[in-house]
Ligand binder design. Sequence first.
Ligand SMILES: O=C1C[C@@](O)(C(=O)O)C[C@@H](O)[C@@H]1O
Length: 144
Amino acid sequence: MRQILLLNGPNLNLLGQRQPEIYGHETLADVVAACTRVAAEAGLSLVAHQSNREYELIDRVHQARGQMSGIVINPGAFTHTSVALLDALNAFEAPVIEVHVSNIHKRESFRHHSYVSLRAEGVIAGCGVQGYELAVQRLARLIG
Ligand SMILES: O=C1C[C@@](O)(C(=O)O)C[C@@H](O)[C@@H]1O
C-alpha cells in the first residue's frame, strides 16, 4: 500500500490547548485519526510525525525521499522562516500540500509569506483542522 507523510511543525502538538479561538478545540491526535481514515478511504496508509525541531522535520522529509507518495505539511512558524525546509522539500520528488489551520493571510503581516508555498502543489489555509482532511483528499487525487 502506498504511504503518505503527515508532518506537523512547532507548537502543533498543542493543538486543542493553545489559542483555541484561533486553532480550535481538536487535538493533533484527532487530526491524525481523521487523516488516517481519509487516507485509508483513498487506499493510502498514513505516517504522522510532529516535531518542534527544524532539523527533525528536514530529516523526515529526507527519509520520505523514494519512500512516500506525497507529503501533507503544516510547518507552523517555520513556514515563514525556513529556507532549509523549503530546500528539503525541493529535494522530495512527489506532491506536497501545505496546510494552515488559521487563515494566515488574515493575520499579522509576517505570516503572509510562506517559503513552503514556493514548493507546494496546493495550499489550504483557514479551514480549521478540516484543512488537513482536505489536503489528504487532494494529495490522494494528485497521486491518482
Ligand atoms: O504555528 C502556526 C500555525 C499555522 O501554521 C496554522 O496552522 O495556522 C500558522 C503559523 O503562522 C503559526 O506559526
